[in-house]
Write a protein of this length. Sequence first.
Length: 282
Amino acid sequence: MSFLSDFRSIDLSAPWLFHLQNIHTSFADGGKLPLYHWLNKYFDGRRIMLVNHQNRPLSFTHQNDLEHGTAYEAHIGQYQKIPTRDNLHDWFGACIWQAFPKTKALLNAKHLAHINDDTTANKRNRVRDTITVFDENGAILVVSDDDIGDEIGRALTQFDWQTCLINHRSHWYNHHDSTHHKKAKVFIFGHALLEQLINPYKSLCSHTMIIKMDTPFFGLPIDKQLALLDNKLSIEMDKLLIDTVTPRQLNPLPILGVPYFWDNHNPQFYDDPFVFRKGRKK
């Protein structure tokens, strides 16, 4: 099956794709070039400048340019080129580069800083483990910096699904509701998670960062939301990714439990202890 055929399997109206609509719509209108070539034209045409942590311009290149035995992150760091295959995994990766360029550049820089720290069985230290988990499977829960936002965020950290997802349901962003007085909104970051959501299933679970923003954030246009969030997320990730970090510091969130992401309006949806667990085993 060709990449174009795979792309057509994406439901572009899926509520978790709201922050990626521009690039998805553009590719749906064309996209007959090799993916890396199309991406370079797309970014250049919209004057979107991707840069690395040293402020050097980045571009996309064919996967074959990645030398055998060279780490993906090292290639980006050395050549300022992002190896790209014609598949959905790399498509969603490029989408996240567009939505969160500053954070993606930071994660690459952190990979490079720890690339020789082989302190675990998989030859990555805990910093790189945490980056990989978030990069592949991450989500951002944005909550308002008031009492309701605090309660939603705290409830997630405590596996209190009733408070987080049911009691405060009306405060969550709903793409069918134009009111701006919301207190919580999820942005998916992980490109592997986005790929899995093409065929969603209830037990899909994200690894989530909680970010506080002021209430007016929720009424801004999506491009301004993304710019503000990318800046704040890169700062918070920089603080998180120190030598003592572990992936367990990212909060589990069953992604189809996010209000309005799925047919989950009935509270009984959450009466599933296999998915909505009471907490981690000690």
